[in-house]
Design a protein around this ligand. Structure first.
Ligand SMILES: C[S@@+](CC[C@H](N)C(=O)[O-])C[C@H]1O[C@@H](n2cnc3c(N)ncnc32)[C@H](O)[C@@H]1O
Length: 225
């Protein structure tokens, strides 16, 4: 189900996120790192090998750009898109010298209007979490080379809360600004991937390192070769 997104509101929300002290520190002071989960040292977490051995990648909703910087340092042609112009300016200054290309765009607009294709497209708590999969996944499929990989990681659904999940921005008084996230059980994400033409579909929840803590939903699928 697709919610009525207002991307002006969402851009403002993500600009505020980009301007927060903790995110600025992650951009300015941190080193390149590729991490699928929210846990720094998750013993069972996969690494960048989930993407195969791509020569080119696109990260959708790239935020701090640290994962792209990690891949660029290893010779991958790395492109990131993000809705927030504030974020894109910060990460271009920080990681542009490594050769990472950043584009400020809404993911559906970008994928629908670009002709460039990639060996892998991925999202780490990024645009795959904030975009209706029935709209996003066919567009991702269209931008992947034969055999290309699509992978994404984000929090699992809260039991019983499925589909678009609306959130007000900045508390519950003042202008009605909101954003959406999308939540499904692994089987729901897998169906959307298969419907979009992906094969070798695998979607699972990886448990947190500490029992009872929030796990990570990780999806991976390929385009037919
Ligand atoms: C939680 S952050 C990403 C975290 C990222 N993996 C990192 O390491 O910083 C989510 C990002 O997705 C971007 N985003 C959200 N909706 C988007 C959309 N529709 N199109 C493009 N980017 C989007 C936001 O601007 C934000 O920077």
């Amino acid at each position: 189900m697709t919610a009525p997104h207002n991307y002006d509101h969402e851009r403002e929300h993500w600009n505020a996120y980009a301007e927060s002290t903790s995110v600025k520190e992650q951009v300015e002071d941190s080193e390149p790192v590729f991490r699928w989960t929210q846990y720094r040292d998750h013993p069972q977490a996969p690494g960048p090998e989930l993407l195969g051995t791509p020569q080119s990648v696109l990260e959708i909703g790239c935020g701090t750009g640290r994962a792209l910087a990690y891949l660029a340092e290893r010779g991958v042609k790395a492109t990131g898109i993000d809705l927030s112009p504030v974020m894109v300016q910060q990460v271009t200054e920080r990681w542009g010298p490594l050769g990472v290309e950043f584009v400020c765009a809404e993911v559906l607009d970008y994928l629908a209007s670009s002709a460039t294709t990639y060996d892998a497209v991925y999202s780490i708590f990024g645009a795959a979490w904030f975009t209706a999969p029935e709209r996003l996944f066919p567009l991702v499929a269209g931008r992947l080379n034969p055999g290309g990989v699509f992978a994404f990681a984000q929090p699992p659904a809260i039991p019983g809360a499925y589909g678009p999940q609306g959130m007000y921005k900045g508390g519950f008084a003042g202008p009605a600004m909101y954003t959406y996230r999308y939540s499904y059980e692994p089987g729901g994400w897998a169906s959307y991937l298969s419907d979009a033409g992906f094969v070798d579909v695998d979607v699972q929840v990886l448990d947190a390192p500490t029992p009872g803590h929030i796990g990570t939903l990780i999806g991976r699928a390929c385009m037919p070769s």
